[in-house]
Write a new protein. Structure first.
Length: 316
């Protein structure tokens, strides 16, 4: 949908392993339908691809895009195995077209404004960053079983957000909890987690995750420094507040789905990708950011299992 709405991009090919799904999407938004992703990447006229396929396919499809010389916007994570990521690292570094990772939250207007103001020194040197991310309800067990676990599936977005503000993270300490989902516990995963990250400059980052939230999709960010605090709260459908005998400052529920909360971010992410493919100087999360987030997620997993802080070197 974002591609179809863009004034700077045209949907040339739609690829889905389910032929009927590809055909319906093409009929709705344009382009021709294919079921072979390699054929789609190599098709005449294709300048860039969006890879939103299952995680185990990402490395192969990124490799094909690099080989074909087309830009690639790939959903996170690059892979669940850091060895497979590292095997592609040198080729990604020398890719002839942009390789961008789908960390869309960097493009959220609210978070982006907070980032700009922190970078401008409004609160002085950043001392503490608090990231809160709670889903309304867990994904199906079948998805969680193949997702790579909470740290590589859910927290990885928050880890990238942490690195956006504190690029040089040096240690990770994580605690995973099994608080409410027997299904998730049975898969050996966690339904909630709290992480503490340390930056090379002494910065602290605390990430709070949960797989359920009765009041909606909980997405908040807070930056603290010697000169003050900046905060992004949750987004509602309306800014109207109501006062009455039953409640004060009452408002509607928070948005309940990531596609609603981050609809503007997805559109802005795509526009940045298109501009990068056209050769413009655009800041975007690249392959190295995807690799760093996966390293931090893996370190969080080790920390939660072994009950210790894990030192990391993201510069290697």
């Amino acid at each position: 949908m974002s591609i179809a709405r863009s004034e700077n991009a045209a949907l040339h090919v739609v690829c889905d392993a389910v032929a009927d799904s590809a055909r319906r999407t093409a009929e709705t938004y344009g382009g021709r339908a294919l079921t072979d992703p390699l054929e789609a990447i190599r098709a005449d006229g294709v300048e860039a691809v969006v890879i939103a396929s299952p995680t185990p396919t990402h490395v192969e499809l990124l490799s094909a895009a690099i080989e074909a010389g087309v830009g690639a916007l790939c959903e996170k994570p690059i892979d669940l195995d850091i060895a497979r990521v590292d095997a592609l690292r040198e080729r990604a570094r020398s890719a002839p077209a942009p390789v961008m990772l789908g960390f869309n939250r960097r493009f959220d207007p609210h978070f982006a404004e907070l980032h700009r103001r922190v970078a401008a020194g409004e609160i002085g040197r950043l001392e503490h960053l608090a990231v809160t991310s709670r889903d309304p309800e867990p994904a199906p067990d079948a998805y969680i079983a193949t997702s790579g676990g909470i740290f590589r599936d859910m927290t990885i977005h928050d880890l990238d957000m942490a690195r956006w503000f504190v690029p040089e993270v040096t240690s990770v300490s994580a605690v995973g909890f099994r608080q409410f989902s027997a299904g998730i516990a049975g898969l050996g995963d966690y339904d909630a987690a709290v992480l503490t990250l340390t930056g090379a400059g002494g910065e602290s980052v605390v990430i709070t995750n949960s797989r359920h939230s009765a009041y909606g999709y909980d997405q908040r960010l807070e930056a603290f420094g010697p000169d003050g605090l900046l905060q992004v709260g949750n987004v509602t459908e309306t800014a109207v507040r109501a006062w009455g005998a039953a409640a004060v400052e009452a408002t509607g529920p928070y948005q309940r789905f990531f596609l609603e909360r981050y609809s503007a971010a997805y559109a802005l992410e795509l526009e940045a990708f298109v501009r990068a493919v056209r050769g413009e100087d655009v800041a975007y999360p690249g392959f190295e950011d995807g690799r760093a987030a996966l390293l931090l997620a893996d370190a969080a997993g080790v920390s939660a299992r072994e009950g210790r802080a894990v030192n990391v070197d993201l510069t290697a």
